[in-house]
Ligand binder design. Structure first.
Ligand SMILES: Cc1cc2nc3c(=O)[nH]c(=O)nc-3n(C[C@H](O)[C@H](O)[C@H](O)COP(=O)(O)O)c2cc1C
Length: 693
């Protein structure tokens, strides 16, 4: 039996001539017809004398591809055309790139590379039949190795192949990179000029020290500020399509929001769980610190405290807070719609303008549909009747979505349906397209990704899937600016990916809604589940069996349940007295309020770092935290003391840009060893230095 061949080895490929001068490259039993590939496409473009900016192919390209007069002279594809220096001729342009390349990382020796290159060239002399006889078939083998796509002309430095130089070149995201061959090694050329097409640029001889070499693959410069949707960055005045999400009780602190705004990103203050006065105080600080920089505030749906939601909206409207992320909504509410449509007007071209922007945070398609649709007519009518809106404004409001931007929340810290981002995003994007077509909005709907983003690979994946922006949460809680305790930061910095679990939520306890929390180093999740089970099983605190009551009083509340109710009542006297009246009439509601008070305090104990309550800490956290810790291990970001939200964000974004380019090269058939592609965290100053180069 013939031995199967590895489609990635040079021996898998061979070449024959085809009538008309095109090439047929046989790869095992598969055929790649280069007569129809990029080369001939390029050649035909060239014949029309067109000049093509590569920016039209890759966003952010900064190299002009000259397919004009030079290529129109169409040198034959065969026999290597003309090339400087002789090394280039050793790799005829119609050849495939040797797959045993320098990209093998530390293990690659120049000798092995050279041999591989020789083998590759030699392999092209073998007959197609001998390849077919290997018995290895299948379409995948067609993708074995990249073809020569054109030419690279050095304009400064020569190509590099040593692993450290390659690693460095991959990280220089401001410079385009070309995969070429130099001294029979596959090498990376940085900067330089690329020419697509079969014809070598022969009419002008290179200057002394310049090289013209075959081009196998190319990646344009990609500054991290190019990631995501340009219109999103423009609309919010951002340099980077990166947001730091709201974290309740001011965990997403004034300091986080200010740091993000100054760095060209946007943070959302964590208003949930805070009094209106505390939120007003945060507005004072942030507006003073960021007079012309982006920032946002959280608007959280509070089914058990509708008056609070309305009061927060009043505050935002009064104080001119122009951007909110609306979260935990299962349905739209009047205060939310009131916020969105207040001050709606039209510009000179008749387009509807809304001063207030809503980013809807959603995990479910049915909720997303409501956010991406215009406000319901019944709500607009109510607002007109209440004098919040004129009849004319209500007509305009029918032409705008409640939220132009959706934050699609996958498996995250806090409220989550634990959906994987790779499953959720395409569904939400299809919904976006459906509703954009249905309502024909003046401005495009946009989808951003949240949940699970704690590594450059995750951010790169989100952008690759078409996310307009990314939003992080869990990783920011472990940073020095977060409004939590050092004890929590310490726990978070040690968490692994499986150290999270779901537990009943304080704000929607009775509805059985859950939040994702840390389980490492705390018994909160177990205790919260116990409370929910008791709530489901019994109708009042008085109905609890003695053994259960004793355990709750000793371990959970550290006081009698009567005293716990007294404290709860005192809290609601200030916060929402209507709850007390209801609890007096409904024993089950009283039980819910007492149990919820434990859940609420558990978060405050954590934020305050209360040492006697460590076992009760409620720390909202998703698997992104463990992923981040794993990535940061051994680096400057391993210790939480070194984690700032901007250092984390810039590392994620620079890393995403590096990995995106690596993936572009891979998609052109270049093998790159994981240890060369891996992006490790760097000090913020280093990141900034790399981006300024
Ligand atoms: C500690 C913590 C508190 C959070 N509180 C809120 C909140 O009050 N409002 C909100 O919209 N999202 C809240 N979130 C969700 C974040 O804003 C963000 O959407 C989410 O954390 C992103 O997923 P990740 O944790 O995987 O990064 C919270 C997340 C964490 C970790």
């Amino acid at each position: 039996m013939s031995k199967p061949i590895d489609p990635h080895t040079p021996a898998a490929a061979s070449r024959t001539e085809r009538p008309g001068g095109g090439l047929v490259t046989n790869v095992a039993s598969g055929v790649i017809d280069t007569g129809r590939d990029a080369l001939s496409a390029a050649a035909s473009t060239a014949r029309s004398g067109a000049r093509l900016a590569l920016g039209t192919i890759f966003a952010g390209a900064n190299v002009l591809i000259d397919l004009g007069v030079r290529a129109a002279r169409a040198l034959p594809l065969r026999d290597g055309a003309t090339a400087w220096p002789p090394e280039a001729a050793a790799m005829p342009p119609e050849s495939v790139m040797p797959s045993e390349s320098i990209m093998k990382g530390k293990s690659a020796s120049p000798e092995s590379v050279t041999n591989a290159a020789r083998e590759s060239v030699a392999a092209q002399g073998e007959s197609p039949k001998s390849k077919r006889d290997t018995g290895h078939a299948g379409k995948s083998s067609q993708t074995a190795a990249p073809l020569v796509r054109g030419w690279w002309r050095s304009t400064g430095s020569l190509p590099v192949w040593e692993p450290n130089d390659v690693r460095q070149a991959l990280r220089c995201v401001n410079s385009p990179i070309a995969v070429t061959v130099h001294h029979e090694r596959i090498a990376l050329g940085v900067d330089g000029i690329c020419t697509l097409g079969a014809t070598a640029p022969t009419e002008t001889a290179p200057d002394a020290g310049e090289q013209i070499l075959p081009l196998f693959a190319y990646a344009p410069a990609l500054h991290p500020s190019m990631l995501g949707d340009p219109s999103f960055r423009h609309d919010y005045g951002l340099e980077y399509a990166y947001l730091a999400g709201a974290m309740a009780n001011g965990i997403a602190s004034v300091e986080i929001v200010e740091a993000m705004g100054r760095a060209g990103m946007m943070g959302f203050f964590g208003s949930a769980g805070l009094s209106v006065d505390r939120v007003a105080h945060a507005i004072d600080h942030i507006q003073a610190a960021l007079p012309d920089r982006p920032f946002g505030f959280n608007l959280i749906h509070s089914p058990s405290e509708p008056d609070l939601e309305s009061a927060v909206v009043d505050l935002y409207l009064k104080r001119g807070v122009r951007v909110v992320d609306a979260s935990a909504y299962l349905d739209l509410t009047l205060p939310l719609v009131r916020y969105r449509v207040r001050g709606i007007t039209r510009d000179a071209e008749g387009r509807v303008i809304c001063p207030n922007r809503v980013l809807g945070k959603v995990s479910r398609v049915e909720v997303a549909r409501k956010f991406l649709s215009p406000p319901p007519e019944a709500m607009l009518n109510k607002l007109v009747a209440a004098g919040d809106l004129t009849a004319e404004q209500a007509q305009w409001a029918k032409r705008i979505p409640v939220a132009q931007d959706l934050i699609v929340e996958a498996d995250s810290g806090g409220h989550t349906d634990n959906r994987p981002a790779v499953a959720l995003l395409p569904t939400m994007m299809a919904l976006r397209d459906e509703l954009q077509a249905e309502f024909e909005y003046d401005r495009p709907l946009r989808i951003g990704a949240a949940g699970g983003i704690g590594t450059p690979a995750a951010a790169a994946a989100a952008f690759a899937m078409g996310a307009a922006f990314v939003l992080t949460g869990s990783v920011n809680q472990s940073c020095v600016e977060a409004g939590t305790s050092d004890a929590v930061r310490e726990m978070l910095a040690k968490a692994a990916q499986a150290d999270v679990t779901m537990a009943p939520a304080a704000d929607m306890f009775e509805m059985g809604v859950k939040v994702q929390v840390l389980k490492f180093g705390t018994m909160f999740a177990m205790r919260a589940r116990k409370l929910y089970d008791l709530y489901r099983q019994y109708d009042s605190l008085d109905a609890l069996p003695d053994a259960q009551r004793t355990a709750l009083e000793r371990d959970f509340f550290r006081c009698s349940l009567e005293q716990a109710w007294d404290q709860t009542r005192a809290f609601f006297e200030k916060r929402d007295p209507s709850q007390i009246a209801r609890a007096e009439a409904e024993p089950k509601h009283r039980m819910a309020l007492v149990f919820r008070s434990y859940l609420g305090q558990a978060s405050k104990w954590a934020n305050a770092g209360e040492p006697t309550r460590k076992a009760d800490y409620q720390v909202w956290c998703g698997p992104a935290m463990g992923a981040f810790n794993e990535w940061a291990r051994g680096s400057c970001l391993e210790r939480w003391q070194n984690r700032t939200v901007v250092a984390v964000a810039m590392n994620l974004m620079l890393g995403a840009a590096v990995l995106t380019r690596v993936n572009w090269l891979r998609a052109q058939g270049v093998e790159i060893a994981p240890d060369l592609a891996r992006f490790e965290p760097m000090e913020l100053a280093e990141v900034q230095g790399a981006l300024a180069e």
